[in-house]
Ligand binder design. Sequence first.
Ligand SMILES: [Mg+2]
Length: 357
Amino acid sequence: MIRKIIHVDVDAFYAAVEERDDPSLKGRPVIVGGTSDRGVVTTCNYEARKFGVHSAMPLFQAKKLCPGGIYLPGRRERYQEVSAQVFQVLETFTDQLEKVSIDEAYLDITGLYQSPGVVARAIKARVKAVTGLTVSVGISYNKFLAKLGSDWNKPDGLKEITEAEIPEILKPLDIRKIHGLGEKSAGRLYAIGVHTVEDLLAYDLRTLENLLGSGGREIYERIRGRDLREVVPLHERKSLGTERTLTDNVRGEAALREVARAYFEEVTRDLKGKGLLARTLTLKVKFDDFTQITRSKSLAEATDEFRIFEPLLEDLIRQIPLAKPMRLIGVSYGGLLKNQHRQLVFDTLFELGKPPE
Ligand SMILES: [Mg+2]
C-alpha cells in the first residue's frame, strides 16, 4: 500500500505574520528574534536571507550583515493565533493530521480520492485565502521525503517526490539536509570526507551504527528512501471510537474482521445516537510486539450511513498485515459534523413530547 503523505510548512512564519499585520514591512528585511544582541534569529524573511541572515544566527552577527534590517522581538501569542487559523484550514482536508510545530504539519491523505497534487494546491490556496500566508508543500510516500519536498523550492513551493526519482534526488543531497541527522553527526561525517548522500550510501549498516549510534539505522533507511513512521494525529478529540485490548491475542483476517465489525457496529450506533456525521473511518491494530498500525479512509462527504462505511471497513481490514498476533483493535470515526437535519428532527420530537426514537 503506497501512502500519500503531505508535509506543509509555512514560509518564514513569524516574519510573514509580522508582514501581514504591518504591510509597510513588505519588501524590507524583517528579522524576528528579540532586540538584545545576545539573542539569536528565530525567523527572518527572504529579503533578510539575501543578506546572508538565517535562523539560529546570533543577532549581533545578523546586524553586521544586515544593518538596515527591521529587528522585531516577536509576539508569541499572535503567532499562536495565526497558527490556529492555519491548522483549522488543514483540518478541513483530513483528520489524519500531525502537528509537528507551530507552523508545520504532516497530513496522511492516502484515504482521499483526490490526487495529492490537487490536495496540495487546494491547501496552498485556502491557507493563502484565510491567513494571507504562503506555505510550501511536499508530497511523497513517506514523511522523510515529504519534508524534503516542502524544503525543495521554498517559498511558496510545491514538490512531489516519487519513488523513481529517489536516486537522482537523494544522491547529490548535502548530508546536512537529511532530516534526523544531527549537526554533530553531520560534522563528524564531514570530517571524514562524507558530504553528500551518495558518499554516505557507500557505508553499510554496521558502519553507520558505529558512526552515528542508535540513530544510524534510521539514517541508513532514510537515504534509501525508506521511512515507515506514521502520521500520528496528536489530538483525537474530533473522533468517536471504540478500542479495547483483547482478553486473548487474536490472529488472522477472520478474527480481525469479527472484532472490527462488532466495534464498527457499536460505534456507528453511537454516531447516529449522538446525531453526528463522519467523513473518515479509522482502523487501528496493536500487535503483540507493541507496534501498531493505523489506517484510514475518507469520504468526500460526511454521513452516518452504515452501508456507506461498510466497504471502507473492508478496505481497511485488507490493509492490515496479518503475520503478527493482535492485542488491541480499535475502530473510530473522524471528521465529525453535527447532523443538522437530524438535530432538527430530535428537537421537533422533543417539542411534541415524543421520545426521540
Ligand atoms: Mg516554516
